[in-house]
Design a protein around this ligand. Structure first.
Ligand code: FEO
Ligand code: CA
Ligand code: CA
Ligand code: CA
Length: 629
């Protein structure tokens, strides 16, 4: 990303916040990071910050302890666990440690399994703002006092109230971050919350159901994994593994097979809610798999499913701006052998925040990535009528291309990746980084072989790919390389040795750059593999920081037993890190059994028979300094 950039100034004003964006050399990134950190101007690419992304903390060793461990000189505190009231005025039911809260109470409390998260400061503040976050899924063995047996309509309803999005107000007071309650900003979305549908697939026949014959109003968002922050101040969340919610029949259609809908469903919602029985409501599953957009500052606003970004098991959505102010949204699809996407908006971002940009993501072009062996890559447009995307091949119109993005990518020859998770953009170089968490099926008989971008058979450890666009973010071509092949160089299979410099890790998932340009990497080793085999020396899941210039990786935080670490985000001054501990105590089978007296984790409450709870965690330096420096 070497082209000189002419300075431009875009000033956005909004009743709740004010963001000034400077676009110039490195400025699109500075602007983006400034907006992402919520500050007027991010401390990047300037003299004072030059060289400041080196790592200045002592790495922590791998741990199997049931607690959070951070480097000397740092403290970590729990801020907002599952079940605490979010803070809606007059509606703050207290948490019950036996999971005895009703579905209606759960709808007013923090949901389960915190994941992607972003910080939205008030007026650039580093001590007061909003956190928007995802509650990805439920462990029904923990959510109900008696687990899954018997499986009832009431349990389905409580699960539907425990997923979705949350917005909470947080403030640094007397040296500690507080969850401000009540708050007029506090919000939860549940499976009862109406979402509008916008973009080319809105109203498409494939989205119409008996309950919504116009195909423009969908109740709920679900399986929200990673998240993104737009420069116009909104929150983006991907709908990831939505197919696990839908039960199908014995003879699935080709479309249902391509998306993994078959008999039975992990979440069993369809047994008591016909919406999620694909044999009775075959179009309902087309209404999930979208990127959703929410204005965290307006709790009355209707969030929107943005169909122009395509339907996929979207991990998340990461936003850049072109020099002339168009939005570019990167997103990966975290399934084995699925694809990487970017969307380029037709229009430019306008001053005026969320309301002025309410349709920015509804018009534009969606592309899928093809990574070639020579280190170059191409963005392949998913446009109806172009190439094979015609009626003769099963795509009646652009709406159908967007509903069936996987099938469209199959025809275009996009690269089948090793489970793309989060994406992050280096504020200095403009390189785009993407975690590829693992893919044990790569190279197995009948499965796709290795390729240049996904070079390891039975890729148990994962890797991080990076590229820069050949020009601006909307460029049709790119150059790529691997930032790191993860794994323990001492312990991994010989054919799969990693090239990590510094602390070893596996299964990268969450990813974020801080405004200084340090790359923060979260890990998600599955519960069956934690502490086992080639993962034995890596300990619990963790957060690491990397210096993209030297390639050094240093372990910063280790989480409690059975958890995944996710959702890292910073205050504008980078003196507070918010991070999520997801599913502490997850059982090897990924569901707890309340009849089993063992608890794999008691974090964070540490009560012997209490339930482990996902939670927002705050990390600060004792001396108040910059995190990671
Ligand atoms: Fe929800 Fe791909 O992790
Ligand atoms: Ca993830
Ligand atoms: Ca993961
Ligand atoms: Ca997880």
């Amino acid at each position: 990303m070497n082209d000189p950039r002419q300075p431009t100034l875009l000033e956005l004003s909004d009743p709740a916040r004010r963001i000034v964006l400077r676009l110039g050399f490195g400025g699109a990134f500075a602007a983006l990071m400034g907006a992402q950190a919520g500050c007027a101007q991010a401390p990047v690419a300037s003299g004072a910050a030059a060289g400041a992304r080196t790592l200045g903390f002592a790495s922590v060793p791998p741990s199997r302890a049931d607690r959070i461990i951070v480097p000397p000189g740092y403290v970590a505190e729990v801020l907002a666990p599952w079940g605490e009231p979010v803070g809606i005025p007059g509606a703050m039911p207290a948490w019950r440690d036996d999971a005895g809260n009703s579905a209606d109470e759960q709808a007013l409390q923090m949901g389960m399994h915190h994941d992607g998260m972003q910080f939205y400061p008030f007026d650039g503040s580093s001590t007061h703002g909003l956190l928007a976050l995802n509650h990805e899924y439920t462990d029904d063995g923990l959510l109900h006092p008696d687990g899954l047996v018997p499986w009832t309509a009431q349990k389905v309803r409580k699960a539907q109230m425990a997923v979705g999005l949350a917005v909470i107000e947080v403030r640094l007071q007397d040296g500690r971050w507080q969850h401000v309650r009540p708050s007029r900003y506090a919000r939860r979305t549940t499976m009862d919350t109406p979402f509008a549908v916008a973009g080319p697939a809105a109203g498409h026949p494939l989205l119409c159901t008996a309950a919504d014959p116009r195909g423009r109003r969908i109740l709920g968002t679900v399986a929200n994994c990673a998240s993104g922050r737009t420069p116009w101040g909104t929150y983006l969340a991907g709908e990831e593994n939505f197919h696990f919610l839908f039960s199908g029949g014995d003879t699935p259609t080709a479309d249902q097979r391509r998306w993994g809908i078959a008999r039975g469903a992990w979440y069993r919602w369809g047994e008591h809610d016909a919406r999620f029985d694909a044999t009775r409501n075959p179009n309902e599953f087309h209404r999930f798999g979208w990127v959703v957009e929410l204005d965290p500052f307006d709790p009355q606003s209707t969030p929107v499913k943005r169909t122009a970004l395509g339907r996929a098991c979207h991990e998340g959505a990461t936003v850049a701006l072109t020099r002339d102010g168009r939005a570019v949204v990167y997103s990966g699809e975290d399934r084995h052998f699925e694809y990487l996407y970017k969307f380029v908006s037709r229009d430019r971002m306008q001053p005026g925040g969320a309301r002025a940009n309410a349709s920015l993501l509804d018009h534009g072009t969606l592309y899928a990535a093809r990574f070639d062996a020579d280190g170059r890559g191409h963005w392949l447009p998913l446009v109806h009528g172009l190439g094979p995307l015609t009626a003769a091949n099963g795509f009646a119109d652009q709406g159908e291309v967007l509903v069936k993005t996987r099938q469209a990518c199959d025809l275009l020859g996009a690269t089948r990746m090793d489970r793309p998770e989060w994406l992050a953009i280096d504020p200095r170089s403009g390189h785009i980084y993407c975690t590829l968490t693992n893919n044990l099926r790569r190279g197995l008989p009948g499965q796709p072989p290795t390729d240049a971008a996904n070079p390891r058979a039975r890729n148990s450890m994962g890797h991080i790919i990076r590229w820069h666009e050949d020009g601006d973010f909307d460029a049709p071509m790119l150059h790529w390389d691997h930032f790191v092949l993860a794994g323990d160089p001492e312990q991994s299979r010989a054919q799969a040795r990693g090239n990590v410099r510094g602390d070893a890790f596996a299964c990268p998932d969450g990813l974020a750059f801080d405004p200084y340009g340090r790359l923060w990497i979260c890990t998600d080793i599955g519960p069956r593999d934690l502490g086992q085999g080639e993962m034995a020396r890596l300990g619990n899941n963790q957060l690491l920081a990397a210096d993209p210039d030297s390639g050094e990786v240093r372990r910063f935080l280790t989480g409690p037993v059975g958890c995944e670490i996710t959702g890292p985000c910073f205050t504008p001054d980078v003196r507070t890190l918010f991070v999520n501990v997801q599913h502490p105590g997850e059982a090897p089978g990924e569901r707890n059994d309340p009849a089993d007296p063992r608890r794999y984790s008691n974090w964070p409450d540490q009560r012997p028979q209490g339930r482990p709870r996902s939670a927002v965690v705050v990390v600060r330096r004792v001396d108040g300094g910059v995190i990671g420096a």
